[in-house]
Design a protein around this ligand. Structure first.
Ligand SMILES: Nc1ncnc2c1ncn2[C@@H]1O[C@H](COP(=O)(O)OP(=O)(O)OP(=O)(O)O)[C@@H](O)[C@H]1O
Ligand SMILES: O=P(O)(O)OC[C@H]1O[C@H](OP(=O)(O)OP(=O)(O)O)[C@H](O)[C@@H]1O
Ligand SMILES: [Mg+2]
Length: 333
């Protein structure tokens, strides 16, 4: 019965419907040739993917997406790693973080008032916390919405003399408002911290976060869901591979014995049409964008009269490491 239900259930991708990640998330799927359609306009929170029947899009906030992934209500989701680590204590057991997406970058930091000149590190904080308690008879307060990340990090650094004040927004304002002494929050440019006369501690961020493509291990992984996951990850991998690569094409005056091996060795090139040298001397090689010009010079040196360097739209590969990693986690059908 469970299997039948899994076979009929739609494959659900949870995508940010608002906030910092929305625009970049849509662009990310579009680049992969996955066109998300939102039904009856902005307020319709269910959508589809053009050309992929059986795939449903749930438009949710970044934090709701984490909840759906943890509960198995969505198979795939795009959300911030900060939210994943905060809301799912055993994230690595329940979720597969498939790939970082290169946007939504933000550091989760501990920040103190700039006026606390003696406090630069967590070790300093440990001293100050004890003194604060001795002098005031109460514990130092930390305003944050990252309650779990804060507890874990402070414990790791041996700071115990503090109390968390849960903050649901404008956290950076808490010290000036007299609601807390310290904060834990995300920062990108540092402008909000500076505007509130706060400075991040120098030990480095608690977490360097960015948007992630995440899979739920507890969602129903029937045969249809696996097929959908494979198709989606093939397109994502194909777009990513194409973005990083160039195709370098030329015709040499004679068949190029050993040339493909040398191009692989020196430029990390992969032959687009297999290892066999073409009898007419045609070569087409894929290489990293940054290696394309050097590879072109190399081919000129081997007798090519003209070399084209071509941008690619998608490069599909029979092997998909993203899907293989997911399949290892969800186990056999
Ligand atoms: N300044 C920022 N720069 C880059 N990424 C950010 C920034 N602020 C937030 N993010 C990322 O986007 C995620 C969602 O933040 P966003 O502000 O969109 O929602 P939110 O503040 O959690 O509010 P809500 O959940 O109510 O929509 C954050 O958890 C983080 O991963
Ligand atoms: O280091 P900065 O570049 O200044 O960015 C940091 C700010 O960005 C986020 O807030 P956001 O603008 O998303 O507003 P929110 O508090 O409503 O989520 C975050 O909560 C910080 O307040
Ligand atoms: Mg925000």
């Amino acid at each position: 019965m469970a299997l039948d239900a899994a076979a009929d259930a739609p494959f659900v991708i949870a995508v940010p419907s608002k906030g910092r990640l929305q625009e970049n998330a849509s662009a990310f799927f579009a680049r992969a040739g996955l066109e998300l359609t939102q039904g009856r306009g902005e307020r319709d929170y269910r959508g589809a993917v053009a050309g992929l029947p059986g795939v449903e899009v749930a438009f949710l906030s970044a934090s709701e997406i984490v909840g759906q992934l943890a509960a198995g209500g969505a198979h795939f989701g795009v959300t911030g790693e900060d939210l994943v680590r905060e809301k799912v204590p055993d994230a690595d057991a329940r979720l597969e973080l498939i790939a970082p997406l290169g946007f939504g970058k933000a550091d989760v930091v501990v920040a103190a008032p700039q006026a606390w000149i003696d406090v630069r590190t967590m070790a300093d904080l440990e001293d100050v916390a004890a003194a604060y308690r001795a002098r005031r008879g109460e514990r130092m307060r930390v305003a944050t919405k990252y309650v779990n990340l804060t507890r874990r990090y402070f414990a790791e650094h041996g700071v115990g003399d503090y109390r968390i004040v849960e903050s649901l927004g404008a956290t950076e304002g808490a010290p000036a408002a007299g609601a807390a002494e310290l904060i834990v929050d995300i920062t990108t440019t540092g402008a909000t911290l500076a505007a509130n006369a706060l400075k991040p501690l120098e030990d480095g961020p608690i977490l360097r976060s960015q948007a992630m493509l995440v899979a739920s291990l507890s969602a129903p992984w029937g045969a249809a869901a696996r097929r959908a996951a494979r198709v989606i990850l093939d397109r994502i991998a194909a777009a990513e591979e194409a973005r990083k690569s160039r195709e370098v094409r030329a015709r040499l005056s004679r068949p190029a014995n050993g040339l493909i091996a040398e191009a692989r060795e020196r430029f990390g090139a992969i032959p687009a049409f297999g290892e066999e040298p073409d009898p007419r001397g045609f070569v087409a090689l894929h290489c990293a964008k940054s290696a394309a010009a050097d590879l072109a010079s190399f081919l000129l040196g081997r007798g090519a009269e003209r070399v084209s360097v071509v941008a690619l739209e998608h490069v599909f590969d029979a092997k998909n490491p993203l899907y293989e990693a997911l399949e290892r986690r969800i186990g056999p059908l």
